[in-house]
Design a protein around this ligand. Structure first.
Ligand code: ZN
Length: 702
């Protein structure tokens, strides 16, 4: 067998099991019948041995030490030894044959063992066991064990009692693992996934839940009715049946179960309440979360798309585990509040990354084998052509989650190791939040409202990619959206659906660019126009003309500060006097991570920081300590930082005369404008965000 772990240089075990790890076995050497059971007796295989015989077995065991991240046994490799953990911790994983993903079955620690059946059968290992911490095991090898049986035939005889019970069950259950309930650690939340009545009815116990895979201990794993019942209450779950004895089951239900569940739910709630309580658990158990997600996530493919894509579905993508994998990625991203999902084929694996609060983080590395199926599945959902793999494509997925419509804007591009998929999550319900939820500073909010209620002119929103410009503009549009107002938007891409608004997707490939859409808008009697982005002279020019001919125009520009917009427009070749007369206001904005409300705590700002930020010396600011609510990060969600420059006669004159950006900025400050830094200082004092966040955001000003 491929066992990479080297033999320890430590001496073999001899006299007593206490030498293995004294603390692990309180019933050490010299115990008498009636005293606490010998540790070996807790292993099913040896449970019928007397204490003296246990000593004989222990003498044959050898101590082995494994550093962290060592594979002790590998799934599929030949087995020949039993391992009894005396210190440390290991994880047990098994490959799902459909997706080839390693699913975590359980973790084991001191007092637990694995591979006992290998002593007798030498069959391939059914799981991979890897150390998490430095781990010490007492190892019993097959050849030593066989010698022992020769020497003490009565040990072999005792073992047959145990084996007979197993053989009876195992003869029908080829390939199904046997577990001993008394040795397992149970999570009450996992237990509550299946109602007690159902557990009793079908003689089954949910023992572990990970990666949408439920390990179900069953007296009769062939009970299809039971499997169906579980699948009915946990939709989309993959069930891994393991066998347990009827006696074990009864013992468990009458003792351990009641203890655990009473501690957990003193009032004895209904099944539905139990399941609901599971789904309310904090995020520390992502796996449990997934079961909730799978319940919530209902794909709302529209019917026209289904018939079309059905014909195209490749065999790989309609595989149930692939569908669930796709669903759980989408669902998890929403639950975690991600803004983007990246599915990136690498040379040897497929990396899934989420952008959360502006930061990309790896969520999972999937085996290369799922790549084709997963990418095809996502492309089908997005109504993309799955046979086209050489050209970039754009699509969209619409789902509803907990009754809320959520769209994913999907883009696929051919990359070196296969098609890369990027999905932007567009939570359409966000737009109903309105400006007042986006802008927390009241005077700034009022200033923006004043600007967007002007009859005509252009308002520019500036900021780097991902600074929330679009969200601000949509919130603004939503606020002035009214049946009596004709609003048209030219977007690339359309990020939100706004009822009553004419939204046009630009398409460069067919020559439908911003400028062309904008020109056609002007023939459609619009009142308000939103241009996704002004990035060329032609678009800028038409937008200015539209503003000057009585339309209200919103658009975004790629500059750092509000005052920088004028320079940028000048560089695009727009005459300063046109800019000056058409602009009603310019906003710059950034997003900073918001401090976790649950764990933020006050601290005194350093003198340098106070000076830089224009705060009084020794100002009290806040920092996040990190808690369960924020996954220990101290930050949760994001908050906008705004700089709103409302034009007036004096500023217009400066713009018309092509004044320097710095001078315009300076004058606006004198006239009372809050710039990004000043706005950020307010957020600091208010405990909305931290110094680190603010410094990152405001230090990149022009
Ligand atoms: Zn927190």
């Amino acid at each position: 067998m491929a066992n990479p772990a080297p033999k320890s240089a430590l001496p073999d075990l001899t006299k007593s099991e206490a030498a293995l790890h004294p603390q692990a076995y309180p019933a050490g050497e010299g115990h008498k019948p009636g005293e606490a059971a010998h540790f070996l007796q807790r292993i099913k295989l040896f449970s019928a041995l007397g204490s003296d015989d246990c000593q004989h077995v222990v003498k044959r065991m050898r101590r082995r030490d494994f550093p962290p991240a060592t594979v002790i046994v590998r799934e599929g490799a030949a087995g020949s030894s039993m391992f009894f953990i005396t210190a440390g911790q290991v994880e047990v994983r098994r490959k799902d044959p459909n997706t080839n993903i390693d699913f975590l079955l359980t973790e084991m620690g001191p007092g637990q063992n694995f591979g006992e059946m290998s002593l007798l059968t030498g069959k391939p290992r059914s799981a991979t066991v890897t150390t998490i911490q430095p781990t010490t095991c007492a190892v019993l090898e097959q050849k030593d064990f066989q010698e022992l049986l020769m020497q003490y035939p009565r040990i072999g005889l005792a073992l047959t009692t145990i084996l007979a019970e197993r053989v009876e069950t195992a003869s029908q259950q080829v390939g199904i693992e046997f577990i001993t309930l008394s040795k397992m650690n149970f999570d009450p939340r996992v237990l509550s996934l299946v109602p007690q009545s159902m557990m009793v009815q079908h003689k089954m116990i949910p023992v572990a839940f990970a990666n949408n895979r439920l390990t179900l201990a069953m007296v009769n794993p062939n009970n299809i009715l039971a499997l169906d019942d579980v699948r009915r209450i946990i939709k989309g779950v993959m069930i891994e049946p393991v066998v347990t004895t009827e006696e074990d089951f009864r013992k468990f239900m009458s003792t351990t179960y009641n203890e655990l569940m009473n501690k957990n739910e003193p009032s004895g709630p209904s099944d539905a309440q139990q399941i609901a309580s599971v789904s309310r658990q904090p995020e520390n158990a992502i796996d449990l979360l997934q079961s909730e997600i799978i319940r919530d996530l209902q794909m709302t493919e529209d019917s026209s798309g289904i018939t079309e894509s059905k014909q195209e579905i490749s065999a790989a993508s309609e595989d149930a585990p692939i569908i669930r994998l796709g669903n759980s990625i989408l669902g998890l991203a929403i639950k975690k509040g991600a803004s983007d999902i990246h599915i990136e084929p690498m040379e040897k694996e497929v990396t899934v990354r989420f952008r959360i609060d502006g930061v990309l983080q790896v969520v999972q590395n999937l085996p290369k084998k799922v790549q084709l199926g997963l990418i095809s599945r996502l492309k089908i959902l997005s109504k993309l052509d799955i046979s086209e793999k050489r050209l970039p494509q754009d699509g969209r997925i619409s789902i509803s989650m907990e009754g809320k419509p959520i769209d994913f804007r999907v883009s696929s591009i051919p990359a070196k190791w296969g098609e890369k998929i990027c999905m932007r999550i567009l939570d359409k319900s966000n737009t109903t939040l309105g400006l007042d939820k986006v802008v927390t500073h009241q005077p700034t909010l009022e200033l923006i409202r004043e600007l967007i209620n002007q009859p005509y002119g252009i308002m520019y929103v500036t900021g780097p990619t991902g600074s929330g410009k679009t969200t601000t503009l949509y919130s603004a549009l939503a606020e002035i959206n009214d049946p009596g107002v004709n609003i048209s938007t030219a977007e690339d891409p359309i990020e939100y659906d706004l009822a009553g608004v004419n939204q046009i997707q630009t398409n460069k490939d067919i020559g439908l660019d911003f400028a062309r859409v904008l020109r056609s808008f002007l023939r459609q009697d619009p009142d308000v126009i939103l241009v996704g982005e002004t990035r060329d002279k032609e678009t800028a020019h038409i937008a200015v003309e539209a503003a000057l001919t009585g339309h209200l125009v919103f658009t975004t520009l790629h500059t750092n500060s509000a005052a920088g917009a004028f320079t940028r427009l000048g560089e695009m070749g727009i005459e300063p006097f046109l800019v000056s007369s058409s602009t009603i206001g310019v906003m710059a904005q950034r997003l900073a991570r918001r401090l976790c409300k649950n764990c933020k705590e006050p601290m005194q700002a350093e003198d340098q920081v106070c000076e830089y930020m224009g705060l009084p010396p020794k100002s009290t600011v806040f920092k996040g300590r990190g808690c369960g609510e924020c996954n220990g990060k101290g930050v949760k969600g994001r908050i906008g930082i705004y700089e709103v420059m409302k034009m007036n006669a004096e500023l217009r004159q400066m713009v018309a005369k092509s004044a320097l950006t710095e001078d315009i900025h300076k004058r606006a400050l004198e006239l009372g404008m809050l710039d990004l830094k000043k706005y950020a200082a307010l957020l600091l004092l208010n405990g909305d965000t931290s110094i680190e966040e603010v410094l990152q955001v405001v230090s990149v000003q022009e």
